[in-house]
Write a protein that binds this ligand. Structure first.
Ligand code: NAI
Ligand code: AKG
Length: 443
C-alpha cells in the first residue's frame, strides 16, 4: 500500500480513538479508493476529499428520558450522524440496540455514503439511533421512547434536510410512533421518514426491498458468472426484516433456504424453509428453539449458520458476525458465494480470505442497497403526492440492483476478467460523491 494510504489511516485512527468499527470501514473503502485516486485523480489528494468524507458534517448526541411501565425514569443516549450531503438530503436508518455507540453509527453512516451513491438516486448519507434495548419492552414503552427520541430529533431533520428510516430494532411500528410525534410537533404531514405504513405515505415494497434487492443482486451476479439460484442451498443468518424477505425471495427464485438464526442460536432445516415455516419463525418472538416442536428441523444453541454446508451464504443480521474461520469453513464446504444483507457482517480478515479465493463476494453497500433505494422512491412519491403500485416499485428496485451490479463489474473487473465486487462498489460509489464535493467547493 502507498505512503498516502498509511498516513491517511494513521490520521483517521488518531482522530477517532476507540472507534474500531469506523476505522474498519474506512480502511476497507480507502484500500480501493486511494490506489484509484493515485492513478486517475491525483488532484483529489490536495483537495483532501477522503479526509473530508471521514469527518461527519454534523454529529448530534442527545438525552432521551422516558418513563417505563413501572413508573421508573429511564435515560438513554440518542444520536444522529449527518455524514455527507453532497448528493442529497442525509439518508439512512435509525438503530435501537444496546450496542449502539458513535463508532457503530459512524461506520454505518460512512458505508451509507457509497451505498446511496450507487443507487443513482439523489441521496446523501446519515445514520442514527439510540442505545435503547427494545427487547422485552411493552408497546407503550416503545411508544413513549419513540416520542421522547423524536422530541429532540425533530429539530435536526426534515424532508429536504435529513430523512431517517428503520434499521435493527426499528420497523414500521417504531416509524409510526416517530412520525406521529414529528407531525404533532411540526404540524406538518411530510415525508420526513421512510418506511411508513402504505396507508399514511409509505411506499409499497419498502419492507421487502432490502431482502428482495439482495436476491436480485445475487441472481445477477450468478448469471454474470454463468450460474443461477435454481436448486442452490442457501444459509441465512438473522430472523428479522432483511433475513425474512431474503428467504422469501430466495425460495421464490428456486433456492432452498436451510438456516435462520438469531444471537442465541441457529435453526437448521435440511428440507428447506417454506413460507409457512418462516411465518411460524416470526411468531416465535425470538424463541427459535420452539421451532423443533412443530417442524423437523434442528436447533443449535450458540451456533452460527456458517458451519452448515451451503452453496450461498447470506449474512443478514449484524456487523462482524462472520469471521475468518467461518469464511474458511464455508470455503472448505464448497460455498460459492457470500452476499451481505447486513452492513459489514464479514470481518476484515474474512473479506481478505474470501478475496484470495474464487468465491463470489457481494459487499453490503452494493447488495443491500435495495432498502435505501426504495426509501428514495418513497421520498419521490411523497414529493409528488402519489403512491405507485407494488409491481412498479418492484420493477424499479430490480433495475436499480442490476445497475448497481453492473457498476461493480465496470469498476471491479481486472484484465483477466475476474470481478472484485468490493473494489467495484467502493470506486463506483466514491466517484460520484467526489465529483459532487469538488463542484460544491470547500464545504
Ligand atoms: N432494514 C433495512 O432496510 C436494512 C437493513 N440493513 C442491515 O441489515 C441487518 C439486519 O437489519 P434488520 O433485518 O432491519 O434488523 P431487524 O431488527 O429486523 O433484525 C435483526 C436480526 O438479527 C438478529 N441478530 C442480531 N444480532 C445478531 C447476532 N450477533 N447474531 C445473529 N443474529 C443476530 C436479531 O435477532 C434479528 O433477528 C443490519 O446490519 C442492518 O444494518 C441494511 C440495509 C437496509
Ligand atoms: O431506507 C433507509 O433510509 C435506511 C437504509 C439503511 O439504513 C441502510 O441501507 O443501511
Amino acid at each position: 500500500m502507498s505512503e498516502y494510504f498509511q498516513s491517511f489511516i494513521d490520521y483517521v485512527a488518531a482522530r477517532n480513538p476507540n472507534q474500531a468499527e469506523f476505522i474498519q470501514a474506512v480502511k476497507e473503502v480507502s484500500s480501493d479508493v486511494i490506489p484509484y485516486i493515485n492513478e486517475h485523480a491525483p488532484e483529489l489528494i490536495n483537495l483532501k476529499l477522503l479526509e473530508r468524507m471521514v469527518e461527519p458534517e454534523r454529529t448530534i448526541s442527545f438525552r432521551v428520558v422516558w418513563l417505563d411501565d413501572n413508573q421508573q425514569v429511564q435515560i438513554n443516549r440518542g444520536y444522529r450522524v449527518q455524514m455527507n450531503s453532497a448528493l442529497g438530503p442525509y439518508k439512512g436508518g435509525l438503530r435501537f440496540a444496546p450496542t449502539v455507540n458513535l463508532s457503530v453509527l459512524k461506520f454505518l453512516a460512512f458505508e451509507q455514503i457509497f451505498k446511496n451513491s450507487l443507487t443513482g438516486l439523489p441521496l446523501g448519507a446519515g445514520k442514527g439511533g439510540a442505545d435503547f434495548n427494545p427487547k422485552g419492552r411493552s408497546d407503550n414503552e416503545i411508544m413513549r421512547f419513540c416520542q421522547s427520541f423524536m422530541t429532540e430529533l425533530y429539530r435536526h431533520i426534515g424532508s429536504d434536510t435529513d430523512v431517517p428510516a428503520g434499521d435493527i430494532g426499528v420497523g414500521q411500528r417504531e416509524i409510526g410512533y416517530l412520525f406521529g410525534q414529528y407531525k404533532r410537533l411540526q404540524n406538518n404531514f411530510t415525508g420526513v421518514l421512510t418506511g411508513k405504513g402504505p396507508a399514511w405515505g409509505g411506499s409499497f415494497m419498502r419492507p421487502e426491498a432490502t431482502g428482495f434487492g439482495l436476491l436480485y443482486f445475487v441472481e445477477r451476479m450468478l448469471y454474470e458468472n454463468g450460474d443461477s439460484l435454481k436448486g442452490k442451498k442457501v444459509a441465512i443468518s438473522g430472523a428479522g426484516n432483511v433475513a425474512y424477505y431474503a428467504a422469501l425471495k430466495a425460495i421464490a427464485l428456486g433456492a432452498k433456504v436451510v438456516t435462520i438464526s438469531n444471537s442465541n442460536g441457529t435453526i437448521y432445516d435440511e428440507s428447506g424453509f417454506t413460507l409457512e415455516k418462516l411465518d411460524y419463525v416470526n411468531s416465535l418472538n425470538r424463541n427459535l428453539e420452539a421451532y423443533t416442536a412443530r417442524y423437523a428441523g434442528e436447533y443449535h444453541a450458540g451456533k452460527k449458520p456458517w458451519q452448515f454446508t451451503c452453496d450461498i451464504a447470506l449474512p443478514c443480521a449484524t456487523e462482524n458476525e462472520l469471521n475468518e474461520q467461518d469464511a474458511e469453513l464455508l470455503l472448505k464446504n464448497g460455498c460459492i458465494c457470500i452476499a451481505e444483507g447486513a452492513n459489514m457482517p464479514c470481518t476484515a480478515e474474512a473479506v481478505e480470505a474470501v478475496l484470495r479465493s474464487d468465491m463470489l463476494y457481494a459487499p453490503g453497500k452494493a447488495a443491500n442497497a435495495g432498502g435505501v433505494a426504495v426509501s428514495g422512491l418513497e421520498m419521490s412519491q411523497n414529493r409528488l403526492g402519489q403512491q405507485w403500485p407494488a409491481d412498479a416499485v418492484d420493477n424499479q428496485l430490480k433495475k436499480i440492483m442490476h445497475d448497481i451490479h453492473d457498476t461493480c463489474v465496470h469498476y471491479g473487473k481486472n484484465k483477466h476478467g475476474k470481478i472484485n465486487y468490493l473494489k467495484g462498489a467502493n470506486i463506483g460509489g466514491f466517484i460520484k460523491v467526489a465529483e459532487a464535493m469538488k463542484s460544491q467547493g470547500l464545504v
